[in-house]
Design a protein. Structure first.
Length: 204
């Protein structure tokens, strides 16, 4: 998993509440377990019309937000089903951070396991960030070590994050990577067990 330390990138304001995981990545794109190639389905029904043409009024289709790596969204982002494809699609599109007043719990947890940083801030602050993102300069800076969002105007907004999750993101560790940090201890335990209970190691 790619570590998350600092990020300087355009922020796209998605001023919509209760964006669910079916809107993030519709069900027809869930036929794969590969994490690549899902960008084409991200916000598909919001990005494209029935003929498959981009909707010019959708924020991620607007040229000033091309290449955005930060999404500023409304309340309760990621609600609905627990599909892990949702953070996969956001990452495959190039988004590394989502800022919102609240997130659905399962989506929030899935973000950390996949290297996507979800930042919760009070709704008035999120509104302020959206206003700045709609201005002429769309570049925000995210510093995870300092737990800070730096706006285009230079204002610094601090956010809270669980220390353990923060450390894992900084190191680029998912659940498997975290376990493998203890590989030597696991090896010693397995060796001792094989000596004390050799019958457990028997193979047919």
């Amino acid at each position: 998993m790619t570590p998350f330390t600092t990020l300087d990138g355009k922020a796209a304001p998605l001023d919509v509440a209760n964006v669910d995981t079916d809107q993030i990545i519709p069900k027809q794109f869930l036929k794969t377990v590969e994490r690549e190639g899902l960008a084409k389905g991200l916000f598909y029904d919001l990005r494209f019309d029935e003929a498959g043409n981009p909707k010019p009024d959708f924020v991620l289709n607007q040229p000033q937000y091309a290449g955005a790596s930060v999404l500023i969204a409304g309340d309760n982002f990621g609600c609905g089903s627990s599909r892990e494809h949702a953070p996969w699609a956001l990452l495959d599109f190039g988004l590394r951070c989502v800022i919102a007043p609240t997130f659905a719990d399962i989506f929030y947890n899935n973000c950390f396991e996949n290297g996507l940083l979800p930042i919760t801030l009070p709704e008035p602050v999120v509104r302020q960030l959206m206003t700045e993102a709609k201005g002429g300069n769309h570049v925000f800076s995210i510093n995870l070590a300092d737990q800070a969002v730096i706006t285009p105007s230079g204002e610094i907004v601090h956010f809270d994050i669980d220390p353990g999750r923060k450390e894992k993101l900084l190191k680029g560790l998912d659940a498997i990577g975290e376990t493998l940090q203890h590989n030597a201890d696991i090896g010693r335990y397995e060796y001792k067990r094989s000596l004390s209970t050799p019958w457990l190691e028997a193979r047919p």
